[in-house]
Design a protein around this ligand. Structure first.
Ligand SMILES: [Zn+2]
Ligand SMILES: [Zn+2]
Length: 140
């Protein structure tokens, strides 16, 4: 239930004494409804279609605030745009360098890698921070 999820996040913000503005509500609503990574341009357009008085610069600034609060994550996608998504239930992307097909995958795909990196190097992997580039089944 997207509406419910946004309300839960907004309650958490209020509980931490953070002001819930129109921009923040709109950003979190779009991220919840989109259910997957979205570029900042698409996010800003979607926010403006709900809340026309929210300027793009406000969207960028609030997005960065929400990242600092740990609610939002960004991912680099090779030659593509940086993508944003909610931190809870974050997905990683496999992107075909030939046709651009994107496959969203859960963190379980990286669990063996994450475990070995931690055990052997004491290193904590953030698999959602970078997309994995390669070739899809049709292009390989
Ligand atoms: Zn980064
Ligand atoms: Zn492909």
């Amino acid at each position: 239930m997207p509406g419910q999820r946004v309300d839960t996040i907004l309650d958490r913000l209020r509980g931490e004494g953070i002001r819930v503005t129109t921009a923040r509500r709109a950003i979190l609503t779009v991220l919840t409804e989109h259910a997957g990574p979205i570029s900042v341009d698409d996010l800003a357009s979607a926010v403006q279609s709900r809340a026309p008085d929210v300027h793009r610069a406000t969207v960028y600034r609030n997005l960065s605030d929400l990242e600092d609060l740990g609610l939002v994550l960004h991912a680099h996608t090779g030659h593509g745009p940086v993508m944003y998504q909610l931190a809870s239930g974050a997905r990683s992307q496999l992107i075909c360098e030939s046709c651009g097909t994107t496959i969203e995958v859960g963190p379980e795909l990286f669990s063996a890698l994450a475990r070995r990196a931690r055990e052997q190097y004491g290193f904590v992997v953030h698999p959602h921070h970078f997309a994995v580039l390669g070739r899809c089944v049709r292009c390989s």
